[in-house]
Design a protein around this ligand. Structure first.
Ligand SMILES: *[C@@H]1O[C@H](CO)[C@@H](O)[C@H](O)[C@H]1NC(C)=O
Ligand SMILES: *[C@@H]1O[C@H](CO)[C@@H](O)[C@H](O)[C@H]1NC(C)=O
Ligand SMILES: *[C@@H]1O[C@H](CO)[C@@H](O)[C@H](O)[C@H]1NC(C)=O
Length: 157
């Protein structure tokens, strides 16, 4: 067991050095859909509203500086912070790579852990926004598959 873990860690280090290239195992989980190395990118946007959505009128403002947590299969994977436009992005890293199968089976979600009251004092202080994470598409560039994921509709939990 200890040896297995050691080998796994070694494999992960190698993967890191190879610019986040998907491991053979993760590639197998893609069911042969992709051939060659892959990079995972997750992006989205959060608005300051009870559903986090872009509202149909200009009163909707971005939720800037909000902390966004990526959870896969109930585990905290990584966090990021929204920019001035409410846009967040989890740049490719090892944690995302290890979550690929969960990502592909809709097992991941993003949670805005900063309460909505931080952007509008009239909004709830003790509920958080949550959204599923969905595959938006894959782009093949320079022989590398970029798997682009985006958030689904946010809802308060
Ligand atoms: C999100 O909430 C706003 C009001 O805060 C509403 O106008 C809009 O229709 C809602 N969007 C969705 C997709 O439910
Ligand atoms: C704009 O949307 C907000 C909620 O998102 C709503 O309260 C407000 O009435 C809307 N304003 C107009 C002009 O439609
Ligand atoms: C995951 O992150 C959330 C929000 O920061 C926190 O409340 C929770 O305790 C964390 N869970 C674990 C297992 O670390």
């Amino acid at each position: 067991m200890a040896m297995l873990i050691k080998n796994k860690n070694m494999a992960f280090s190698l993967i890191l050095m190879c610019l986040m290239v998907v491991s053979p195992m993760a590639k197998a989980q893609l069911g042969g859909l992709l051939s060659g190395p892959s990079v995972i990118n997750i992006q989205g946007a959060v608005m300051c509203s009870i559903n986090g959505s872009v509202a149909t009128n200009a009163t909707s403002i971005p939720f800037a500086g909000a902390r966004v947590l990526l959870q896969c299969a109930g585990q905290n994977i990584t966090t990021t912070t929204t920019d001035a436009n409410g846009v967040f992005s989890f740049s490719p890293n090892l944690a995302l790579l290890n979550s690929l199968s969960a990502l592909l089976s809709s097992g991941c979600r993003v949670i805005v852990t900063t309460p909505l009251s931080a952007c509008n004092a009239n909004l709830p202080t003790n509920s958080v926004l949550m959204a599923t994470v969905n595959l938006a598409g894959t782009i093949l560039t320079g022989g590398i598959n970029i798997l682009q994921f985006v958030n689904g509709l946010f809802r308060l939990i």
